[in-house]
Design a protein around this ligand. Structure first.
Ligand SMILES: C[S@@+](CC[C@H](N)C(=O)[O-])C[C@H]1O[C@@H](n2cnc3c(N)ncnc32)[C@H](O)[C@@H]1O
Length: 155
């Protein structure tokens, strides 16, 4: 599986705790010192490879993926399309940072123009589902951490 945006390696550590023994997790981080620190943190798990660099430059050579977690803040349809092209048939993309429509302010610009939601709900190669965490609090947008699962590439 692949992760875009390792950060400090916290998400990678959690994901590695759940993946099968024969699964490899490749995670890319553009901030070189951060990538170095995460690599040290995760060195105990030989299934995890931390690559320093722009995920859109370093990940294509690692494709195809069964599962991609896109957490680098990408908001560009061309890059969304690249993610889909890196998936194995039947693979999955997990995107986060999509605010559920039911908690958007009436005048939120995201109602008319949410690039990420728009792309993944209309991408013909994907079927998708949305997972909204139960602690979602409409008044605290900073606490909102919905996860968008895009499942089952089928064409
Ligand atoms: C939200 S943090 C990642 C958190 C991490 N996935 C976790 O769950 O702990 C986003 C990270 O993406 C990195 N990033 C931004 N653009 C990137 C790119 N093009 N390629 C790789 N990493 C990128 C940022 O430097 C930042 O560390």
């Amino acid at each position: 599986m692949g992760e875009l945006g390792t950060g400090a390696g916290v998400g990678a550590g959690w994901m590695a705790s759940a993946i099968p023994a024969d699964c490899v997790l490749v995670t890319a981080e553009i901030d070189v010192p951060l990538a170095r620190a995460a690599r040290q943190l995760l060195a105990v798990d030989l299934r995890i490879e931390v690559i320093a660099g722009d995920a859109f430059r370093v990940m294509p050579s690692q494709a195809p993926f069964d599962l991609l977690f896109a957490d680098s803040g990408v908001r560009d349809p061309a890059r969304f399309a690249a993610l889909v092209s890196w998936l194995r048939i039947g693979g999955r993309i997990v995107m986060d940072d999509i605010t559920p429509e039911r908690v958007l302010a009436p005048d939120s610009p995201l109602r008319a123009d949410d690039l990420k939601r728009g792309f993944f709900t209309s991408e013909p190669r994907l079927v998708w589902t949305e997972v909204v965490l139960p602690d979602l609090h409409p008044g605290a947008r900073a606490a909102i951490h919905p996860v968008r699962g895009v499942n089952s590439l089928h064409g």
